[in-house]
Design a binder for this molecule. Sequence first.
Ligand code: NAD
Ligand code: IPM
Ligand code: MN
Length: 361
Amino acid sequence: QKPLKIAVVPGDGIGVEVMPWGVQCLKEISELYNIPLYFEEFDFASVPFYKKHGDMLPRDWKTTLSQFDAIYFGAVGMPDELPDEVTLWGSLLKFRREFDQYINLRPCRLIAGVKSPLADRKPGDIDFWIVRENTEGEYSQIGGKMFEGTDREIVMQETVMTRFGVDRVLKYAFDLAQSRPRKKLTSATKSNGISTTMPWWDSRVREMATKYPDVNVDKYHIDILTAHFVQKPNIFDVVVGSNLFGDILSDLGPACTGTIGIAPSANINPEGKFPSLFEPVHGSAPDIAGKGIANPVGMIWAGQMLLHHFGHTSAAAALLQAMENVLGRSDPGVLTADMGGKGTTKILGEAIVGEIRGFRK
Ligand code: NAD
Ligand code: IPM
Ligand code: MN
């Protein structure tokens, strides 16, 4: 069996603090299930890499990383030292585009032991997937500035949607919905206000829906959709959205399940032509970086998605179980502060590693 080659990019801030636990959990679980994994670490980040080289990535990054099956990514961004648009367009957004990771898959699940800020919600009430378009849409580099620095300053940025790009993400979302018991798909739109791209998006959804007669489709404007995430999250099964809408929904969704600190994300190139990238939904969290209190679960769960993506479903299920067992005990000494506890990254990381080791017996 050829080892699965994983490029490890911890990045900045808490990315560096949570990554070791992600890697450790992957090592433990792969040992248990005899899955050969090969890891190689890269120091691509704002600090100190950018400071030293003047760029977020080396010139040959694409050739180097193309030799891997997956990128396991922490987070980048040190906004006090380097503008975010430089950091993110210099690494993460480059990976998503140049490796054509056009699906950004983000689960949103209320887990036993993690308290939801929503009243009276229990595990099972929130359990859906967000499928976010990940290579085009509102995240475009088309636009510009005129009359800069004058009182007639103009700034423009185009939203770019292509039939190819939208249809492929819709197809993925419909396939996912069809594979689930409830077979329900919700589309995020804003066709009342955004008068060109969004009515067109709706029409692509309608056309795709004709190929999936068994999938129950609905749509909401993004404004009321965010309200429904909070007030009736139980109605969702698969939610598909453009790049920006998907981004916003995928912080809100996990926040409804307690904390964004547990949320993972898979940036997938479904054809496998390029490596896919697995990362937590959260960023580098400069406000808590260096304190050792970051929640490692988002990072570890992203590793779980990696295993699942490559067909190691039993190992992935076991890793999820290990996380759920630890969280389910709701031990305030183990849970990190974002979940209302007093635990540290290390305490929670060790608890999950210990749980995996317990499976050996
Ligand atoms: P953020 O996700 O880094 O942090 C938002 C809030 O959530 C902060 O209060 C933070 O302390 C908390 N938080 C995040 N992850 C946590 C965890 N694992 N455990 C406990 N608390 C956690 O978002 P932000 O503040 O908007 O961005 C900070 C920097 O990260 C910026 O430079 C931003 O551009 C970047 N960012 C990077 C990525 C990425 O690389 N994938 C994603 C989002 C933001
Ligand atoms: C995410 C992040 C990124 C995004 C930022 C850091 C560019 O928020 O992965 O959700 O907007 O996609
Ligand atoms: Mn985001």
